[in-house]
Design a protein around this ligand. Structure first.
Ligand SMILES: CSC[C@H]1O[C@H](OP(=O)(O)O)[C@H](O)[C@@H]1O
Length: 364
């Protein structure tokens, strides 16, 4: 079971100046090629085009973007503004940018020491995300054991939440991977995830590399799988979670939550605490990215599937209300907001959190 042949994201510092090198996720699964970013506009373009994507990795890329700006003498404040604005929904992006800016500002000035501090913070965030991914995999696998005591899981995922979105093995897919490596994954159902097909292109690619038993399905086919009793649990990632436990994730997640509730199937969200936005009280406070209509009307450059000039509705994300979420798995614990779980307490690492299921905590 091979890991990726190319790193998802790496910092390079050749004689002609530092750069951020990204595995171009737009080209997968047919080609493994890299995109080199030597300035912030180039990184912003890579983020906006989803050459680099996925909430936790956007945070890591944003932090390295500040390090790149500082190392190349660009205005760090301007870099922070343009990086944060590149994609509005994944709160991790702003989180990563702010971490690197704070490290840079703590040193003061715009010299090499401040640039080095920003780079060190980006590297720390990169490492932390790998650790968080492993912990979420552990907690998520334990949770599946409690929710599905018979083992042999048939899991459904949406979009892509593996190593391509992380400093480690990902979020929800890291739990799937742990189940697979524990011999407990009977089947992985992979929603293709229209319109950009992160499931069919990326999750299937990662599942194949892990030698999982998997099948890709049209998003619209998920309902018949639930009806046939073929889904034991849904596992998804998140791009922003509000304080009340509402979950913004790739468009198509909310219908899965409704199907899961109707069919009595656990709907589990896996996300690091950097995805929780304590300042967003509820779903209404989560900005939803609206993307270009051609992503819906064309299946590729110059390949329309709708009449030329057709209008399109293309929100990149939707929001699942907390009452439809069975549990949120973070690296600091598993929370059930629907049972009164205190999400912000878990994120702040408040003492006593996890004392028991009575406070909505399922495990810590
Ligand atoms: C767990 S982060 C992955 C998360 O990000 C994806 O969005 P995008 O591909 O547009 O970056 C999707 O919402 C995934 O759940």
């Amino acid at each position: 079971m091979a890991d990726h042949s190319l790193p998802v994201l790496r910092w390079a510092d050749p004689p002609d100046g530092p750069m951020l090198v990204l595995l171009d996720q737009r080209r997968l699964p047919t080609a493994e090629v890299e995109v080199v970013c030597t300035d912030v506009p180039g990184l912003v373009a890579a983020i906006q085009s989803l050459a680099v994507r996925g909430a936790p990795l956007l945070g890591i890329a944003g932090a390295y973007g500040i390090a790149l700006a500082a190392a190349r003498g660009y205005d760090v404040g301007e870099a922070a503004r343009s990086l944060t604005a590149a994609r509005p929904t994944a709160v991790n992006l702003a989180y990563g940018v702010e971490r690197a800016v704070a490290a840079h500002r703590a040193v003061g000035g715009d010299g090499p020491a401040a640039a080095a501090a920003a780079l060190a913070e980006a590297r720390a965030l990169h490492r932390e995300d790998a650790v968080a991914s492993d912990r979420m995999a552990e907690l998520g696998l334990e949770l599946l054991g409690e929710l599905l005591p018979g083992g042999g899981y048939r899991l459904l995922t949406h979009c892509n939440t593996g190593a391509l979105v992380s400093g480690g093995h990902g979020t929800a897919f890291a739990v799937v991977r742990a189940a697979h490596r524990a011999g407990e994954l009977r089947r992985l159902w992979v929603d293709e995830t229209r319109p950009l097909l992160q499931g069919a292109r990326l999750t299937a690619w990662e599942a194949a590399r892990e030698e999982m038993s998997y099948a890709v399905l049209a998003d619209a086919a998920a309902g018949s799988l639930f009806a046939a009793g073929e889904v034991d649990a849904v596992l998804i990632g998140a791009d922003r979670i509000s304080a009340d436990g509402s979950v913004a994730n790739k468009v198509g997640s909310y219908p899965l939550a409704v199907l899961a509730r109707h069919h009595g199937v656990p709907f589990v969200v896996v996300a690091p605490v950097s995805t929780v936005d304590a300042e967003a009280a509820d779903a209404g406070a989560i900005p939803i990215e609206q993307r270009p209509g051609h992503e819906v009307t064309d299946i590729g450059p110059g390949v329309p599937v709708a009449p030329v000039g057709a209008q399109a509705y293309n929100p990149a994300f939707d929001v699942t209300p907390a009452e439809l979420v069975t549990a949120i798995v973070t690296e600091r614990g598993v929370v059930a907001p629907v049972n009164g779980g205190n999400l912000t307490a878990v994120c702040s690492g408040s003492p006593g959190v996890g004392a028991g299921k009575g406070d909505g905590m399922m495990k810590a």
